[in-house]
Design a protein around this ligand. Sequence first.
Ligand code: AMP
Ligand code: MG
Length: 529
Amino acid sequence: MQPALANRNAAADLLELAFENRFVDALPADPSRENVPRQVTDACYTPVVPTPVRSARLLAWSAALGAQLGIEPPSPAAVELLGGNRVLEGMRPYAARYGGHQFGSWAGQLGDGRAITLAEVIDLRGQRQELQLKGAGLTPYSRSADGRAVLRSSLREFLCSEAMHALGVPTTRALSLVGTGEAVIRDMFYDGRPQAEPGAVVCRVAPSFLRFGNFQIHAAYREEDTLRRLVDFAMRAHFAGIDDVAAWYQEVCRRTALLMVDWMRLGFVHGVMNTDNMSLLGLTIDYGPYGWLEGYDPMWTPNTTDAAGRRYCYGNQPGIAQWNLARFAEALLPLVPREPLEAGLALYAELYQDASAGAFATKLGLSALEGADDEALLAELFEVMGAVETDFTLFFRTLAMVPLDVDDAAARVAPLRPAFYDESVLEGEHRMRLAAWLRRYCARLQQDAADPATRAERMNAVNPKYVPRNYLAQQAIDALAAGDASVLERLMRVLAHPYDAQPGHDDLAARRPEWARNRAGCSALSCSS
Ligand code: AMP
Ligand code: MG
């Protein structure tokens, strides 16, 4: 180990950092180096280097993450690294082996089919972080695909990773977006009309990209020794203070519950909650056809591939996470008795209920939900929101502006107007229903101790004004594809402070415009990436 790692305190060029490779050092490697799609047995990873690209060009950089990692905006040589055109001394790049349940069925070996971890660095807080290139070329886990990623999906991952972090949600991060100068062929609409699209590579950053599926694969193929080694490694490397597998599993349940609370309180829909897309660390991982609730609808899914079954729709997410935790628990049965695993699942359900009630209370400006009346108040709110197309983000954000001291329906309803996709509903029957709910709500707030200004401030700190709506991401994609990075840069700047009012940027907080309702990428998307 190099001593330079211990006390970094200043930013440096990426090329000057010291690197570690604990995952590679500690765990069994695939003995074969043959870089063709194949089944790998009894190994946690395959050493593999990125496939060079024609011309690596920096398209976007996360200044916030760069500062945390102590990495300066990249030099031309660093851009080559971030595009996959070079590997540095001290790096031992690898593709991880994992499996997973996809849409409810065991899918066998999946693995990093286009992601390659380069190495670990230590950030300025002393936390180890893996640097991983997504879209870096073929690996033994690429199956029938090409190992590459298109610009549109890469920009979406880059943008949303950083936005999620700013929203206060655990997530993998994104440091850079690099254009490859190469075309990638994708059938974006799955209609048999493949098109050439610009390719890109995102440098993702996280303490670990381990997924439930990394453990499942060893259980599925009865590789018990390797399973044990991976569990030991994960515990030691990423769960300091926990040295018992049952307690470790319960900690994963706890983190997953809190992650689901965050997704649900913000209206984030992941879109592909397969067990290979569930982070061991409780991070949001693998941004694909994700979306943000616009009109509140528990059945809404951004993923057109899931439109028929709606397995991964907004309202199903907490239950699906628990189902995924149960599959993860099954993978641990060779190592742990059943009871503590079942206790972990029960803990998940209990914690989710409590923390979700707390999060929605805070969204409403209450210190807690107290008793059946408060629960009914929240349940009725969801009914009212679901009755006509009501923007989830805008409704909660504008709720803080509802006046408490005037007993006047019109005055109470007025601040909420921007949340309605068809404002004319506020002239009809819905207005009565909304006003009735607001009357109860205001009466309840008046029993709460906080003064109105403090309450509004607290509500604004949990109800974001800005979220990366799909149509905003699509506008950034269209501009960048035409050579204009300014749309993305502005969006990144504003989304770095999603709870602040930021006058002058109200257009980025508006409800989805009608032209975007059915346009590809602006509301729902396919998995093509
Ligand atoms: P996802 O649903 O995007 O999380 O991906 C599921 C699996 O497919 C993972 O094993 C990915 O590595 C793999 N995969 C997705 N796209 C590609 C691609 N273009 N090339 C190789 N593997 C891919
Ligand atoms: Mg994935």
